[in-house]
Design a protein around this ligand. Sequence first.
Ligand code: NAP
Length: 243
Amino acid sequence: MTVLVLGGTAEARALAAALVHAGRDVLTSLAGRVQNPALPPGRVRVGGFGGVNGLAAFLRSDRVTAVVDASHPFADRIGANAVVAAEQTGVPLLRLERPGWANHLRAGGWTWVADVEAARAAADGYTRPFLTTGRQSLATFLPWADRAVLARVVDPPEFALPGRWTLISARGPYAYAEERRLMTEAGTEVLLTKDSGGTPTAAKLDAASDLGIPVVVIARPPRPAGVATVSSVAEALTWPALA
Ligand code: NAP
């Protein structure tokens, strides 16, 4: 039995660890976007499969018996590919997705938008934004070259950022006190984030709300319907194809 975990998240690493502990053959797949990724226990492969057909061929050639898509909530292309490849090959597919922040106590006070462009439009009236929407979104904000943008990403982008911007390369988790100090010192006027969910990066939401800083949240992209979905590693381990 070989379980393919589509990874790139803390949940994917935790699931791989639990399956390895249970004696399963686990292969975690990473896209290869991050320079020094945190590696899970078990086998690891890096790089794209080559679309749906490449993934389906991989499932067959590597005799994968179950797939868990534990990729990030915003990694919607690999998620969609997994659905089609699983259908084509008959390999069972489970989606493991951490809960979003829609039920956060402060969520009602935030501005929810559909995508990165809408986030820029929603925060356009501010001169000192704090961008935590990810490296892949930074190009959308380049028209803000004249603003004192604070941008936090895991790895720096491959292109130069405007001279007025401050870039922080860091990986969570982040504590409330640090987030509050960072936004206070930067004079942050608005926080922009994706609805990544989970706890490691959630302290910024409380810190911003306590400081009276508006929060703009990009909602998660839609997912194909009809896929068995769980929100925790413990639940995933009860899925029949893994139990
Ligand atoms: P994406 O838009 O859904 O995927 C783009 C392409 O990258 C896919 O078509 C696939 O290439 C390849 N790919 C993505 N995830 C892969 C994986 N786990 N293993 C092998 N190939 C993968 O993905 P993304 O948003 O660029 O994210 C890339 C990875 O970073 C994901 O694994 C995700 O879990 C992680 N991540 C993403 C975010 C985010 O905000 N998007 C945040 C944290 C971590 P082929 O078509 O060639 O197979």
